[in-house]
Write a protein that binds this ligand. Structure first.
Ligand SMILES: *Cc1c(COP(=O)(O)O)cnc(C)c1O
Length: 395
């Protein structure tokens, strides 16, 4: 059976843990999505924007120099870093913004931590001529000035949130409150395969384009399927996007999480590796919590992997044994960041660098007749200041 089921469950994971007053809106959204997703006109319009505006299909590039360094399996890179905006995030925001417009909504709201999802939402809203307001904690606004300015340049309005810890979780609460008040006119655009049903399903469907292209491109180039596919996991959208088309195949699927300063230090974002079951942001999944169920703060050098939750579908696939997960630490990600930049002339996002590190390690122990695909989820231009600081380089 296709999952999620009617209750939004991936067996025990997923579901719809939301306030009673939001249930009608979530049901309406589910119904609208199911209708439009089957509608050829809608799919063609989305394909138009993905091709003409976002730059799809992205290449599947054989990283010859990197492969030679690993001296083992051949490594291919799915170049989501070349999507407009610099990451896979636009696949989802374009799709949902188009859905919102078709549902007759004029206004899109989102919440953002580091600002990357906010920027991708502002891009989509601007392209489709919609209003866009992004909730962001004042702490994050201060840390991410460049992304705030980017959003504003594209007509997005950033709404500062100064409650609680003034970060992402407080911004999520405010966005929820806004949606409750303005549900008739407003679409709430979630950025990963998290949140209450139907969001994990919607975002997965929007990101599956990555895997569909990858499978076809790889078959054309190699005439067979890869041995392994590797992707980094924050909320899990780029991972499920590339994994999904390979679920039925004999292909190893590996999710790489933020090991931060090491799992044993407690300073990490490795939810699948080290988390336990519970409810966060409307869904039942693995999460980082203490023995009283209080959410722990996550940590990673890469903002996109710094999240104490994870998509319910990945928790389900892990329990089933269909995917494998592993942590990669800050230091190791930095090493891969430098390695890929130097060997291939591609500066990867720090998030993607986690996946690159693990792929190279795997490749070293494999044969030349074997192949690995890495989902290069984003480009690293946004990270150069962080990397310079970590390397002790003064700019
Ligand atoms: C946001 C982001 C991620 C993490 O999000 P997922 O939903 O896990 O894909 C990974 N890579 C990049 C470049 C990002 O911007």
């Amino acid at each position: 059976m296709e999952l999620p089921d009617k209750r939004g469950r991936f067996e025990e994971y997923g579901g719809r843990f939301a306030p009673e007053v939001l249930m009608p809106a979530l049901e309406k959204l589910e119904k609208a999505f199911n209708e439009y997703w089957k509608n050829t006109g809608f799919r063609q319009e989305l394909e138009y924007y993905l091709k003409e505006f976002a730059g799809r299909p992205t290449p599947l590039y054989y990283a010859k120099n990197l492969s030679e360094k690993a001296d083992g399996a051949r490594i291919y890179l799915k170049r989501e870093d070349l999507v407009h905006g610099g990451a896979h995030k636009l696949n989802n925001t374009l799709g949902q913004a188009l859905l919102a417009r078709n549902m007759g909504k004029k206004r899109i709201i989102a919440e953002t931590g580091a600002g990357q999802h906010g920027v991708a939402t502002a891009i989509a809203a601007s392209a489709l001529g919609m209003e866009c307001e992004v909730y962001m904690g004042t702490e994050d606004i201060e840390r991410q000035k460049l992304n705030v300015f980017r959003m504003e340049l594209m007509g997005g309005k950033v709404i500062p949130v100064s409650s609680g810890s003034c970060t992402l979780k407080d911004a999520i609460n405010e966005a929820m409150r806004d949606w409750l008040t303005n549900v008739e006119t407003t679409y709430y655009l979630i950025g990963s395969i998290v949140g209450p049903h139907p969001y994990p399903m919607i975002v997965r469907e929007m990101q599956r384009v990555i895997g569909r292209e990858t499978r076809k491109q790889f078959l054309e180039k190699e005439g067979s399927l890869p041995d392994a596919v590797v992707a980094c996991v924050g909320g899990g959208s780029n991972a499920i996007g590339i994994f999904y088309e390979f679920l039925q195949d004999n292909v190893e699927l590996i999710g790489v999480e933020a090991g931060g300063r090491g799992i044993e230090t407690g300073e990490h974002g490795a939810t699948l590796c080290a988390g336990t079951d519970g409810v966060l942001h409307g869904t039942y999944s693995k999460l980082l919590q203490d023995e009283y169920g209080q959410i722990k703060t996550s940590y990673s050098i890469s903002a996109g992997l710094d999240y104490p939750g994870v998509g319910p579908e990945l928790s389900y696939l892990l329990r089933k044994g269909r995917i494998r997960v592993t942590p990669v630490r800050d230091k190791e990600a930095l090493e891969a960041f430098k390695l890929l930049s130097r060997s291939e002339g591609i500066i990867p996002a720090l998030e993607s660098s986690h996946a690159v590190y693990h792929a190279v390690k795997m490749a070293e122990d494999m044969g030349r007749d074997q192949t690995i695909i890495v989902n290069l989820s984003g480009r690293g231009d946004k990270d150069v200041f962080t990397v310079a600081k970590a390397l002790g380089v003064k700019l």
